[in-house]
Design a protein around this ligand. Structure first.
Ligand SMILES: [Zn+2]
Length: 490
């Protein structure tokens, strides 16, 4: 595609809707995503991996946890599908490495979306886990797909071939947007665990990353280009024995590393998620489909994400050093615990605020791990965990928002992320109050609503100037839970 580069660029800018001065050319948008299979970030930090270290210093590193059963395995099919499509498994349909149920026609990979938005863009993907091409995770619409077969020939050698191919293509001219996959780290961890050999495999892969980045930075045209570089992984690995697919924290651990213009150096946001890779890639070219992901350049406005977090009190299965919860609401918010009994687990006495890791570790295998559309810190009312200490019955607590300004006679929209599991007689009510008046029921949950983004219309009555939103979870006796995150009123 390099002979048509100038045309490509102008067309790319046109898609972005940006004005282009006729004389001063805007920097040429370029994208490189490097995927490293099964890379545990803690072990990468401990390994000899200077290129990953440099990128983490120059860029933004967001660590998070992926889904696990029953939604989908913490494995490569679902993980790379999250990364490629920017949506979670309940939308892209891939639940395991059979790829049965895939919905790639509806939810294509980011390179295919770039091709659709601007066919003049040069796109390239190189993989040695061949199914990523044969199953269409990265589709046939991509200009150049280079496939090696790590399963047949061994990943160490095929990763070297991928590196050579990428270096050759990226040294001059070459594609505008690339995905380069390296797989040996995962294979080594499966075969011998996450010890010395795994660290050696990470070091080798880091050298390959260095060669690819070197090819980019030595381009004659580099000074006139705007490169977005991302490195990511599909899932973690159990330490020290290796393996993944289930709900363990090590298995679910992933990261998104992004560097480039407009990306904060050294930032460690808690609200990044795996689906943000595709959204960040597309936003770089001015393409913005409705995805679960958001660009890493767009950070959270949710006050929950700025709370100071505490370590455990009564919980026993959570590491004592993990600061991941607080009972203290953000400024302007409150939690009504006046109808809560005195006993029960301290962490869950009424609405609390917790991270995915802290709450997941409270009790595994009960779908807490799959609150997929939450980010960072979220609010939790958990009658099941509350009942794990004596006195923890009759859960009844209300989470109260600030008073938002509203316009009388208009329809306000109450938008939030929720993850709700129904059992028994428990009730979950969304209420609103105008100017401090009587509560009005907007919605009552009587069935599961998992990993859901809600948008409820509320008519604002005459004379009203403010609206408060309340989430009351009650009549719950060792039943399930309710999660609320990222409330927005407009
Ligand atoms: Zn694996």
């Amino acid at each position: 595609m390099h002979r048509t580069l100038a045309v490509t660029l102008l067309a790319g800018v046109a898609v972005a809707g940006l004005a282009t001065p006729a004389t001063a050319a805007a920097p040429v948008k370029k994208l490189l995503v490097v995927g490293m299979d099964g890379l545990n970030w803690d072990i990468a930090v401990a390994a000899d991996a200077p290129n990953l270290d440099d990128l983490a210093a120059q860029g933004t590193l967001g660590r998070s946890l992926v889904q696990c059963p029953s939604v989908a395995d913490s494995s490569s099919g679902p993980g790379w599908s999250n990364i490629a499509t920017g949506v979670w498994p309940d939308r892209h349909g891939v639940k395991n490495n059979t790829f049965a149920g895939k919905q790639y026609a509806t939810h294509p990979d980011f390179l295919t979306r770039l091709e659709s938005a601007n066919p003049a863009l040069g796109t390239y993907s190189a993989v040695d886990w061949a199914v990523l091409h044969s199953q269409g995770t990265f589709s046939a619409a991509i200009d150049t797909r280079v496939t090696f077969d790590g399963d047949a020939n061994g990943y160490a050698g095929e990763d070297a071939k991928i590196t050579a191919d990428a270096v050759s293509r990226l040294s001059s001219g070459g594609p505008d947007a690339s995905f380069v996959y390296l797989g040996n780290t995962d294979v080594v961890a499966h075969s011998v665990g996450t010890g010395t050999a795994y660290r050696t495999a990470i070091a080798k892969q880091d050298q390959q990353l260095g060669q690819i980045l070197g090819a980019v930075r030595n381009r004659a045209t580099y000074a006139n280009e705007d490169w977005l570089i991302m490195v990511t992984t599909d899932h973690g690995h159990r330490t020290p024995l290796g393996g993944h697919g289930g709900c363990g924290i090590d298995e679910r651990g992933t990261f998104v590393l992004a560097a480039g213009a407009g990306i904060t150096a050294g930032a460690r946001p808690i609200d990044t998620r795996q689906v943000d890779v595709a959204a960040t890639a597309l936003q770089h070219f001015g393409v913005a489909p409705a995805l679960d992901g958001v660009s890493v350049k767009t950070r959270s406005a949710d006050p929950f994400d700025r709370l100071a977090l505490r370590t455990r009190v009564d919980e026993t299965g959570i590491p004592s050093t993990l600061a991941g919860w607080t009972p203290a609401a953000p400024s302007g918010w409150s939690v009504d615990r006046s109808r809560m009994p005195a006993g029960g687990m301290t962490e869950w006495r009424g609405w609390s605020f917790a991270t995915d890791e802290f709450w997941s570790r409270a009790q595994s295998g009960q779908e807490r791990e799959n609150a997929l559309r939450t980010r960072g810190v979220f609010a939790v009312a958990d009658s099941d965990e509350y009942a794990d200490k004596s006195g923890g019955t009759s859960f009844d607590s209300t989470l109260v928002s600030p008073a938002y300004p509203v316009t009388a006679g208009s329809v306000a929209r109450v938008r939030y992320v929720t993850h709700y599991r129904q059992e028994g007689s428990q009730k979950a009510d969304v209420l609103v109050s105008f100017n401090g008046g009587a509560d009005q029921l907007v919605k009552r949950y009587s069935a599961d609503a998992r990993a859901t983004v809600e948008s409820l219309p509320v008519t604002v009555p005459a004379g009203a100037t403010t609206m408060t939103v309340k989430f009351r979870y009650y009549d719950a006796n060792n039943n399930w839970y309710w999660v609320i995150d990222d409330l927005r009123v407009s």
